[in-house]
Design a protein around this ligand. Structure first.
Ligand code: ZN
Length: 187
């Protein structure tokens, strides 16, 4: 498995529509494994294909620090609650920028798993939020799109300074981050 470079805000791929996966192949499984590895190394709880420069409708989610990894191929929200929650979100592609986003509190997601088998999962709380955030990525949508004009402006101002650290819109995890992750995994 390998840790991949993460694309940050400014890379046009983050705004592109993704393509439905017709058949889940061995190559997709390798991609999914690399996405989990990258997400864990970056200490994220979700990662979508465009964030690592790919255009497949694939995302990975793990809100419990490695104990509940969920691969999502062609995911869609088939049901969402009318009641909503507002909570702070961040994104591996917009490091150091956070904002409150209101979303349905519960969703049912339909997808294929790593082996191409269809499944449905009901989620609430953080997992529901994470599913929605990642599926948005597959539609070229980012959490900052939900912020009010003023809050988005202040987020983008913050980002304008932060992005200098990511030449060519690429966030390459440092050796320390990657090896620290490997140490964690060994424990
Ligand atoms: Zn994100």
């Amino acid at each position: 498995m390998s840790v991949l470079d993460i694309r940050v805000l400014g890379d046009p791929i983050l705004r592109q529509e993704t393509k439905v996966v017709e058949t889940v192949t061995e190559e997709h499984r390798r991609l999914i494994d690399d996405m989990f590895e990258t997400m864990h190394a970056a200490k994220g709880i979700g990662l979508a294909a465009p964030q690592i420069g790919r255009t497949e409708r694939i995302a990975v989610v793990d809100v419990q620090g490695g104990s509940q990894p969920i691969a999502l191929v062609n995911p869609e929200v088939v049901q969402s609650s009318s009641d909503t929650d507002k909570s702070e979100e961040g994104c591996l592609s917009i490091p150091d920028v956070y904002g409150d986003v209101e979303r349905p509190s519960r969703v049912t997601v339909r997808a294929l798993d790593r082996d191409g088998r269809p499944f449905e999962m009901e989620a609430d709380a953080l997992l529901a939020r994470c599913f929605q955030h990642e599926i948005d990525h597959l539609d070229g949508k980012l959490f900052i799109d939900y912020l009010s004009i003023l809050k988005r402006r202040s987020a983008l101002n913050k980002w304008a300074k932060a992005r200098e650290r990511y030449p060519d819109n690429i966030r390459r995890l440092t050796l320390e981050e990657v090896s620290e992750h490997h140490r964690d995994e060994e424990l």
